[in-house]
Design a protein around this ligand. Structure first.
Ligand code: CO
Length: 469
C-alpha cells in the first residue's frame, strides 16, 4: 500500500471555512518558505472565495497574490479551486472566458486546478479540463459528495470511469459538509478505484466530527491524498489537522513521511494569528466544535453561516430550525442536487424564503428559476413538476433546456475586455477579475488608482493589527 499524501488547505479552504476568507497575504508570507519544505502533495492557496475576498475586503489584487505565492512555492505544486463553467462566480460563462481564465491562472503560477460543478454535470467541467491540459497543468475533477437515493456506489464507480475518459489527471471527492462516514468512505474509495486508475484525493470537513476517522478508512481503501489543515486552522468547519493525521499514520502502511518538526513550526506560526482572529471576532465559536445537525440536514458550513446571517438580518434567528427542516424538502423538489456553491446558496436562500414568506415558492430568486430552467445543467433526479411550474410560470415550461448550458452562450471575452477597460482594467488579468466580479473589480480598480495619489490607509490599519471588515 502506497503512503498517503497530504494536501494543505490553510491558505484557502481552512481560512474560508473558519474566518470567512479574510487572511491577508501579509499573514502568509512569513511562513510560506517553510511550508515549501514540507513535501505536501500540493498547497491550496487560490480560487474559491479568495479571489472575491481579495478584491472586496482585503484590497489585494488576487493575481498579484498568486504571483507572490508562487515565487515562494518553488517545490510545492500550487492548487486552486475552480467552479467549472462558473469560474469563481455563480453562473455560467462563455467557453472563451473559461479558457482564458484557466490559462491566465496557470501563467500566473497555478500548477493544479481542482474543477467541480455543483450538479456533478461533467459537461460543465469539459472546457476547464481541456484548457488546463492545454496550459500544461494538472487537471483534477472533483465530484461533490452527497447523500440521496441516486448516489449509489454504482453511480460513483461509473462517473469515475467517465472522468478518466474526460482526460483528468486525478479525481477528488469533495465532501463539503463532512457527510462522509468512515465505513462509507471505505466503500466509496473502493468503488472509485474499481472505476478508475487515477489518483484519488479525499476532501472533507470536520463539521460532523468524523473526518479523521473517515480519512483512516479511506486510507485502508487506498486513497492517495487527503486534504488537511495545520492545527490552529483545523477542525470545526475546516479540515482535519495535518499534524494529527501525520502522527496517526506514522509507522503504519500509510505513513506520510512528513517531518513533524517542520509541521510544528507551521502550526506554531499560525497559533497567535488564530488567537487574534478569536479576539477580533473573525473566528467564532459557531464554526468550531462538532455540529451533529450536519448529518441530518446535509448543510455545508458556509451555507449554514449564510442562513444564520440571512435570518439574523431579518430579526428571525428563532426560525433556524424550521429553515433547516425545509432544506431537504427544497432539495427533493429541485432534483436532489448536491449542496455546494452555488446550488447550496440556491437551496439555502429558497428555504429561508419559503419559511419567512409562510408559503412555499411564493417568492423565488432568479437563481432558483434558472436552476428550474436547466441553466445550471442536469440534476441527477427529475424535479417536482408542480414546483417547477410555480417557480418559472406555466408559460415558461417549454423554455427549459437540456443541452450543456454554455452551448447557448456567445463568446464574451471581447465584450468583457471593452467594458473592463472603460472601468479601469489595465491587463488581461484585470479583465478576468472584471468578468468574475464586475462591481467589486471596478471598485478595486478605483481604489488602486486612488492609492497612486494618496496614503494607503488600509495597509496602515493592517500593520496595526486591525483587518478590514
Ligand atoms: Co472544502
Amino acid at each position: 500500500m502506497a503512503k498517503v499524501q497530504i494536501m494543505e488547505t490553510v491558505l484557502r479552504d481552512a481560512g474560508q471555512s473558519l474566518i470567512a476568507t479574510r487572511m491577508p497575504i501579509e499573514e502568509m508570507l512569513p511562513i510560506v518558505d517553510t511550508m515549501d519544505q514540507v513535501g505536501y502533495a500540493a498547497v491550496e492557496c487560490w480560487g474559491g472565495a479568495t479571489f472575491d475576498s481579495c478584491l472586496r475586503f482585503l484590497h489585494e489584487d488576487p493575481w498579484e497574490r498568486l504571483r507572490v505565492l508562487k515565487s515562494h512555492f518553488k517545490k510545492t505544486p500550487t492548487q486552486m479551486l475552480l467552479r467549472g463553467q462558473n469560474i469563481l462566480g455563480y453562473s455560467h460563462y462563455a467557453d472563451d472566458v473559461v479558457d482564458r481564465f484557466v490559462k491566465k491562472s496557470v501563467e500566473n503560477g497555478i500548477d493544479r486546478i481542482r474543477i467541480f460543478d455543483c450538479l456533478n454535470d461533467l459537461r460543465n467541467m469539459k472546457t476547464a479540463v481541456k484548457a488546463t491540459k492545454e496550459a500544461g497543468a494538472h487537471a483534477q475533477i472533483a465530484l461533490v459528495y452527497t447523500l440521496g437515493d441516486a448516489y449509489t456506489l454504482e453511480y460513483w464507480e461509473k462517473i469515475a470511469s467517465q472522468i478518466e475518459e474526460l482526460g483528468a489527471d486525478s479525481l477528488c471527492i469533495k465532501d463539503m459538509s463532512g457527510l462522509l462516514r468512515p465505513q462509507q468512505a471505505y466503500e466509496l474509495v473502493t468503488a472509485l478505484k474499481r472505476g478508475t486508475k487515477l489518483p484519488i484525493d479525499l476532501h472533507t470537513h470536520y463539521t460532523s466530527g468524523q473526518a479523521s476517522m473517515t480519512y483512516w478508512k479511506a486510507a485502508e481503501a487506498g486513497v492517495d491524498i487527503i486534504d488537511c489543515a495545520t492545527t490552529p486552522f483545523a477542525l470545526g468547519t475546516s479540515q482535519p489537522s495535518t499534524d494529527v493525521m501525520v502522527e496517526a499514520f506514522r509507522g503504519t502502511a500509510y505513513d506520510t513521511g512528513l517531518d513533524q518538526n517542520l509541521l510544528k513550526k507551521i502550526s506554531d506560526y499560525f497559533t497567535p494569528y488564530r488567537e487574534e482572529c478569536i479576539k477580533n471576532g473573525l473566528l467564532s465559536t459557531k464554526v468550531l466544535g462538532v455540529n451533529t445537525r450536519t448529518m441530518l440536514y446535509q448543510v455545508p458550513g458556509g451555507m449554514l453561516s449564510n442562513m444564520i446571517k440571512q435570518l439574523a438580518d431579518q430579526g428571525k434567528s428563532d426560525k433556524l430550525t424550521e429553515v433547516l427542516e425545509e432544506v431537504p424538502r427544497v432539495r427533493k423538489d429541485l432534483g436532489e442536487p448536491p449542496l455546494v456553491t452555488p446550488s447550496s446558496q440556491i437551496v439555502g436562500t429558497q428555504a429561508v424564503m419559503n419559511v419567512l414568506m409562510g408559503e412555499r415558492y411564493k417568492m423565488c430568486t432568479q437563481q432558483t428559476k434558472d436552476l428550474c430552467l436547466g441553466k445550471y445543467g442536469q440534476t441527477i433526479k427529475p424535479m417536482n413538476e408542480e414546483v417547477v411550474e410555480k417557480v418559472i410560470g406555466k408559460e415558461n415550461m417549454s423554455k427549459r433546456i437540456t443541452c450543456r448550458p454554455a452551448d447557448l452562450i456567445e463568446p464574451a471575452m471581447e465584450k468583457f475586455t471593452k467594458e473592463a477597460k472603460e472601468h479601469g482594467a489595465e491587463s488581461e488579468e484585470d479583465v478576468l477579475s472584471y468578468a468574475s466580479f464586475p462591481q467589486v473589480a471596478t471598485d478595486f480598480f478605483k481604489w488602486r488608482q486612488a492609492q497612486k495619489t494618496k496614503v494607503d490607509v488600509t495597509k496602515a490599519d493592517t500593520a496595526n493589527g486591525a483587518y478590514p471588515a
